[in-house]
Design a protein around this ligand. Structure first.
Ligand SMILES: [Zn+2]
Length: 267
């Protein structure tokens, strides 16, 4: 079974969602994580997934939205992450490609999310675009000040240097449909070299559909195409790659393995 570690299911209508999930199941994608991008939207996600036992969610503020509302406190993020179906914090990070929020606001938002992950013990899903040096520096500073925390670089498409820095700090790298694009030779070379126990796959659906669906609206089931390319790059069978990434997912997102029980019961 494959797990889509990062998608945006709130982009599909309630009418569409059951079909999206059925098509994913038919492709061997049994679970998926739908991602928080603002606090208001994050509050709706446990309800969105409530009737689908194969779905999980995270809570957080995307760097694009960092200046739109008050930056959440680490305590608020940790409190929201205590819900049994909330398995991570994020996505948060830095995006210097679009620069939709001032960089210092993005940094403050990112640090709040790291501290929320430290408080709650759930992993942080990090969005990093054209901000490699600052991502690595903030991760190091916050770790030195507040202790270890689990994290993944979602939709990894950064430099080898950031990938190696993340791995050295215990982080995971999640590969998306970008891995399948013809020009992604350097990314495939990085994916070949990542330690086996740090690999995850995702779609970032509805964005970034993999080959052969590039340009279409992406779906969680299509993580199978990214996984197929990753298996080729790693010289593994698709089945072994699925087992590996699912084992890694359970180790990182401990709540999905039933290892960590939340301290505060909710609904
Ligand atoms: Zn992202």
């Amino acid at each position: 079974m494959l797990i889509d570690s990062h998608c945006h299911l709130d982009y599909y209508t309630p009418m569409e969602l059951p079909d999206v999930l059925a098509r994913a199941a038919a492709l061997g994608v049994g679970e998926m994580v739908t991602i928080g991008t603002t606090i208001a939207q994050s509050r709706t996600l446990p309800g969105l997934i409530a009737s689908h036992p194969s779905l999980w969610c995270t809570v957080g503020v995307h760097p694009h939205h960092a200046a739109e509302a008050e930056i959440p406190s680490p305590a608020l993020l940790a409190e929201m992450a205590a819900h049994p179906r909330v398995i991570g914090i994020g996505e948060s990070g830095l995006d210097y490609f679009y620069d939709r929020a001032p960089r210092d606001t993005q940094a403050e938002n990112f640090r709040a999310h790291i501290r929320g992950a430290q408080l709650s013990g759930v992993p942080l899903a990090i969005h990093a675009r054209d901000a490699d040096d600052d991502i690595a520096a903030i991760l190091r500073e916050e770790r030195d000040n507040g202790g270890d925390f689990d994290f993944l670089l979602h939709c990894f498409s950064s430099t080898r240097a950031l990938g190696e820095a993340a791995i050295a700090m215990g982080g995971y790298l999640s590969f998306s449909g970008i891995l399948t694009f013809p020009r992604s030779n350097e990314l495939r070379a990085i994916a070949r070299d990542v330690p086996a126990d740090r690999l995850l796959v995702e779609t970032d659906a509805p964005y970034l559909a993999p080959v052969p669906y590039r340009g279409k609206r992406n779906e969680p089931g299509w993580v199978a195409h990214t996984a197929k390319v990753l298996a080729e790059v790693r010289v593994m069978t698709p089945g072994a790659l699925a087992d590996l990434t699912t084992t890694n997912f359970r180790r990182l997102f401990k709540k999905t393995a039933g290892v960590v029980s939340t301290s505060r019961p909710h609904d």
